[in-house]
Design a protein around this ligand. Structure first.
Ligand SMILES: [Zn+2]
Length: 254
């Protein structure tokens, strides 16, 4: 038994597996990353919607033949996913980012004396040399403004909505989670993704209403959704917006 396992292991780690991987990456223009796992029995394939990287989780004892068959059978699907890739954008001077759903050019100017200046066309921050003592880079300056705008927006909406429900929250924090837009803890702490400030106001207001409604119902029951509707009557359209456009808010690299 030990010998057989060893033999398969030797086969698995043979160069042919790695050379097939190199071959497939080159011939099919792929970027496959392999994760071998002793716990899985099937091959799972995920495509990163931003980078196009293919992440394959495979059983640690997989044969090269099974692996190559899998890749070749799924090429159409892989290419379809690659066509849907969202181009990532590095935050830099002169590019446009949406704020409250409206695209604005981001710039730094030496004549900007405030922390920032926001108009319907542009967001301006002071050039780093005019910052007090600590030097801060442009990306961080923009991110800090987005967090500041988020704080003003969510504070107002959460105060208003919680007052409507006769409840209170203890504090609000801002983070950059990959898979959620907000949360509400049993200690009545609210958390929001600061990236929401790039979405239309109504969409962010829905996320605020959703988390405030959790101060009353710590679940997603029918009563919970009735409370969300009470605070935000059009909430369904905003959920749909987030489902289809939310990933676009993650394409900016700070
Ligand atoms: Zn929820």
């Amino acid at each position: 038994m030990v010998q057989i396992v060893k033999k398969i292991l030797t086969q698995t780690n043979s160069p042919s597996f790695e050379s097939y991987l190199r071959y497939a990456n080159k011939v099919y223009d792929l970027d496959i990353k392999i994760n071998k796992s002793k716990r899985v029995r099937r091959i799972t394939l995920r495509v990163c919607q931003f980078s196009g990287e293919l992440r394959l989780t495979v059983p640690s004892l997989i044969r090269v033949g099974a692996f190559s068959n899998f890749i070749e059978q799924h090429l159409d699907w892989i290419n379809l996913q690659k066509a849907k890739i969202i181009k990532q954008i590095q935050i830099a001077e002169g590019i446009k980012i949406p704020i409250f759903g409206l695209e604005r050019i981001i710039l730094s100017e030496s004549e900007c004396w405030e922390d920032y200046s926001l108009t319907s066309e542009k967001l301006t921050v002071p050039t780093p040399i005019f910052q007090a003592k600590h030097k801060i880079n442009f990306k961080d300056q923009i991110k800090n403004v987005l967090i500041q705008l988020s704080n003003e927006f969510f504070n107002d909406v959460c105060q208003r909505d919680s007052a409507k429900l006769g409840v209170s929250f203890s504090k609000i924090s801002y983070k950059d989670p990959k898979s959620r837009w907000g949360s509400c803890s049993s200690e009545r702490k609210l958390m929001f993704s600061w990236r929401l400030i790039m979405a239309p106001r109504e969409v962010s207001a829905y996320v605020a209403a959703h988390e405030v409604a959790h101060l009353v119902h710590m679940n997603h029951s029918k009563s919970f959704w009735e409370t969300v509707r009470f605070l935000c009557p059009d909430y369904m359209s905003h959920r749909v917006w987030l489902r289809y456009n939310g990933k676009m808010l993650h394409r900016f690299i700070f």
